[in-house]
Design a protein around this ligand. Structure first.
Ligand code: ASP
Length: 437
């Protein structure tokens, strides 16, 4: 039987009007059987997400301060939803348990998770389908990582007897039996876990945008949505700052080859973006997406005949590793090498690092240059196609952008450019226009 797992994000469940849209979406397709819900998000740009209110409430409780005002505001968010849906549902017992826990043994993850817990209780009652607590089937290891296989077996077993269910996103059960959350936005991961466990044919992830955009719409107004993207391409874009899905949400469905369909609750007719294992190329030379982010630094090292010294690069990389610094890219020349590093990774380490490099590798010249942005141009259509790079560089040149670094992954699905931070948005717009304008 064809099965869809559907996850609705916070903005899709922010108030009663959004709940009604969601219920309509679920009821309009009988295959939408397993629903993962987030906590109520922002109702407008000035609003506060319930998860943030819960973290605040926890912080007040942990300090021994009076948290009653924050707690009442949280209760009001849920009672407004219940009233707006015309339901006869009381969450008083649940609120009593939460309040007691905040007073007696405040726990940040437990508090934060209650947004998803309560919202899913409402959704389950509204749809008239069973509620399955994520704490009973999503398990974390001692080291805090997801116990993927135990979780898969448990979720699969829990849901095997249920044709429909609502499962709260964002949290599960820690190794010590307490509640533990994923990192922020983690309901996406729960949706992916459920999709894998029930053997879904598709994992629909409903949000407030009509898919993954080719470029950030804050930079390129009216940027078009990507219709199909591979998991690998999405990962490249996400790494460079495109944020639609939690980056760990890909793994459970990827293992099972289940496509993810990003959809818009406020525009349910839009097909959204399909994220798949493999995809056809509709037009050779086309790009799938562009993303960029600032905040990188370049460590530049020059030394005559560097290329003929055995182990020179290894020595530098070992020193960087000893400082716990992750390396992004290493473009090299004959007598020069640059190491691109996230600027935040250098915090508090710059002087000591430079001094050690100086003593151990005796460079002719060495400096750290900041304010570098990296831009990833990603596309399976670039593989074995001539002229893509030329088109990118021409677009940048015409926009007056100086390219500091170029790196092409060996898979040929991405070209990374390093540019001055202040040229980041300009470059993205120019490249978008060259390919999609
Ligand atoms: N509610 C959580 C957050 O705001 C998790 C989620 O919505 O995915 O991060």
């Amino acid at each position: 039987m064809y099965i869809k797992t559907v996850k609705f994000g916070g903005s899709s469940l922010a108030d009663a009007a959004q709940f009604k849209k969601v219920a309509q979406i679920i009821r309009s397709d009988d295959t939408r059987r397993y629903v993962v819900a987030s906590a109520p998000g922002k109702r407008n740009s000035g609003d506060i997400k319930v998860t943030d209110m819960l973290y605040k409430c926890y912080a007040e409780a942990a300090e021994g301060a009076d948290f009653s005002a924050t707690f009442s505001a949280i209760k009001a968010r849920f009672s407004d939803i219940i009233a707006g849906l015309g339901m006869d549902l009381s969450l008083e017992d649940e609120f009593d348990v939460i309040e007691t826990s905040l007073k007696e043994s405040p726990n940040s993850d437990y508090a934060a998770s209650r947004g998803e817990f309560l919202n899913s209780k409402i959704m389950a009652a509204y749809l008239g389908v069973p509620f399955v607590d994520a704490a009973s089937c999503i398990f974390f290891n001692e080291n805090g990582t997801l116990d993927a296989e135990r979780t898969n077996a448990a979720v699969s077993e829990k849901l095997s007897g249920l044709t429909r269910a609502v499962i709260p996103g964002f949290y599960g059960c820690a190794a010590d039996g307490t509640i533990k959350t994923f990192s922020r936005g983690g309901s996406d991961i729960t949706g992916s876990i459920v999709a894998r466990a029930v053997g879904a044919d598709v994992y629909e992830n409903w949000t407030d945008v009509s898919g993954v955009m080719i470029a950030d719409p804050r930079i390129v107004k009216n940027a078009k949505a990507i219709d199909t993207i591979t998991y690998t391409e999405l990962r490249e874009l996400s790494y460079m700052g495109a944020s639609v899905l939690h980056e760990d949400a890909i793994f459970p469905v990827k293992a099972a080859g289940i496509p993810i369909n990003i959809r818009n609750t406020n525009n349910p007719d839009a097909p959204g973006t399909m994220i798949v294992r493999e995809a056809r190329i509709s037009r050779a030379g086309e790009i799938t997406g562009i993303a960029g982010r600032a905040g990188f630094s370049t460590l530049r090292i020059e030394k005559d005949q560097m290329n003929s010294v055995v182990g020179f690069v290894a020595e530098i990389l070992t020193i960087l590793a000893n400082y716990g610094i992750i390396i992004e890219h290493i473009p090299t020349g004959i007598d020069t090498m640059s190491v691109i590093i996230s600027s935040s990774a250098l915090e508090g380490k710059r002087d000591a690092l430079l001094a050690e490099l100086h003593d151990k590798v005796h460079p002719d010249y060495m400096a750290i240059e900041d304010d570098v942005a990296l831009i990833a141009i990603v596309g399976r259509g670039m593989v074995r196609h001539k002229g893509t790079a030329a088109k990118i560089f021409t677009a940048c040149a015409q926009a007056g952008v100086n390219i500091l670094m170029i790196d092409q992954g060996s898979s040929e699905i991405n070209i990374i450019l390093g540019v001055d931070s202040q040229d980041c948005e300009k470059s993205i717009s120019a490249i978008y226009n060259a390919f999609c304008g």
